[in-house]
Design a binder for this molecule. Structure first.
Ligand SMILES: C[S@@+](CC[C@H](N)C(=O)[O-])C[C@H]1O[C@@H](n2cnc3c(N)ncnc32)[C@H](O)[C@@H]1O
Ligand SMILES: [Zn+2]
Length: 416
């Protein structure tokens, strides 16, 4: 196991921390293939379903390298090392520090990284991520991309990861805290992210907004601000992942760090800034205090940066990732995310089942509802988070009315 000295990591440091001696006993090999790379997962924690999350990270890393000319990566919880391998081979990282607290993974990681690159570009560590990140910060060894693929809320890594990332650099963070995003543990979400979260119909979008909001708060303590380049929910887990760009200075506006209200009576959602807190109400009634659920503060801005996603799409196409069998889902996902990036779209989405039950309707296809909303001048898109939902700035009450109108001609023609 390596011990880090207080000096910037360098080529010679990499060599010195890659000894093959004193390795733990070799575990059984289990080979997998991802984007043409064969690698061993041994007995490490590995999820094939996370391949798309790795695709998104690698595309973003490569774009960052193309723009800035440098890419030093810290993969703080690397498992078998597949991300490190892909950052080296596909994003052409200048160097990668692969770390996993579990020293029993060492031989698997070393074998996988050796297969794609000479050891002059990488090193392997087995420290608790917090300690590794803190040590990097202490010796002013900053990284272009820090990937923290953690279990649980991930919030305890935010501050140290922000400390160790370059200004302008990227932070790829993860939460698997589905109970907090579902509003089932408001005290826990308050402790982890500084957000009091109550149950909302679009809880999985809240999971992303809670994680971004937590990073916004931690960054502001340090005098920085963060903006999401993409936010990705995946149902296995569930897993909430966000790629943030870290920027110098306080956020120019606090309008995207605010509160969300949901009215159980009419299904309407609204965002409220801090100075509107005392005026929270719902257009459906003047006396809705019992039916209003308020959560926050959370990130209430766009979940993604459309320009970044468009560049990711172009690069994925260039690399042949869109046309092959593996890439079909990636193409669909990126298109959905680009649509979701419309700044006119507010927080949340309308679930088809909720529209149907509030309107006591059998719903027409979502595409027909979306066309009608669009013709009435509303912003509208699908959600990458919920396939049976619509993102729109149309309030629930108006959406139900529009769907009822949409059904009238069909009902009238069936009378003849
Ligand atoms: C979700 S898995 C990582 C999977 C990997 N990134 C991938 O894409 O296949 C999380 C990893 O973090 C490691 N881990 C857990 N707690 C840690 C800590 N405090 N510091 C560093 N590694 C830790 C676990 O051993 C596990 O391999
Ligand atoms: Zn209402």
């Amino acid at each position: 196991m390596s011990s880090l000295s207080l000096k910037p990591l360098s080529v010679s440091t990499f060599t010195s921390v890659n000894p093959k001696g004193n390795l733990p006993p070799r575990c059984k090999s289990h080979y997998q293939t991802e984007r043409g790379h064969q690698f061993d997962v041994g007995d490490t924690f590995f999820r094939r379903e996370s391949a798309t999350a790795r695709d998104l990270g690698v595309l973003s890393a490569a774009l960052y390298r193309n723009t800035t000319g440098s890419l030093r990566v810290l993969d703080a919880m690397c498992g078998c090392g597949i991300r490190s391998l892909r950052y080296l081979a596909e994003a052409e990282a200048d160097s990668v520090v692969a770390n996993d607290a579990n020293v029993d993974y060492r031989e698997v990681i070393l074998g996988n990284l050796s297969s794609v690159s000479s050891s002059s570009r990488w090193e392997v560590n087995h420290l608790p991520a917090t300690r590794l990140l803190a040590e990097c910060y202490v010796r002013k060894d900053y990284f272009d991309l820090i990937d923290v693929d953690s279990f649980g809320s991930g919030s305890s890594y935010l501050r140290v990861a922000l400390d160790a990332v370059k200004l302008g650099g990227l932070l790829y963070i993860t939460s698997t805290d589905g109970l907090s995003s579902g509003g089932h543990r408001p005290q826990q979400s308050l402790a982890a992210y500084g957000a009091y979260v109550q149950p909302l119909p679009y809880c999985n979008e809240i999971g992303l907004r809670m994680l971004i909001g937590g990073a916004v708060r931690e960054a502001s303590v340090l005098g920085y601000h963060v903006v999401p380049l993409f936010s990705y929910y995946s149902y296995h887990g569930p897993v909430f992942r966000v790629l943030l760009q870290v920027k110098r200075g306080k956020s120019p506006s606090s309008r995207y760090y605010s509160f969300i209200s949901y009215c159980n009576q009419c299904g309407n959602s609204q965002a409220f800034s801090w100075n509107e807190l005392g005026e929270i109400s719902c257009p459906c009634s003047t006396n809705v205090s019992r039916s209003l659920m308020v959560s926050g503060p959370l990130w209430t801005g766009p979940l993604h940066n459309a320009h970044h996603l468009t560049e990711m799409m172009s690069l994925a196409e260039l690399w042949g990732w869109l046309g092959d069998g593996e890439g079909q889902n990636l193409e669909k996902l990126l298109k959905l995310m680009i649509d979701e990036s419309d700044p006119k779209l507010p927080v949340g989405y309308l679930n088809a089942d909720e529209i149907a039950s509030r309107g006591k309707l059998n719903l027409p296809p979502l595409s027909a509802i979306m066309n009608s909303l669009y013709e009435e001048g509303y912003a509208v898109s699908r959600s990458h988070i919920a396939s049976n939902a619509i993102k729109t700035d149309c309030p629930m009450v108006d959406c139900v009315r529009i769907v009822k109108q949409l059904q009238q001609p069909a009902e009238m023609s069936s009378c003849h």
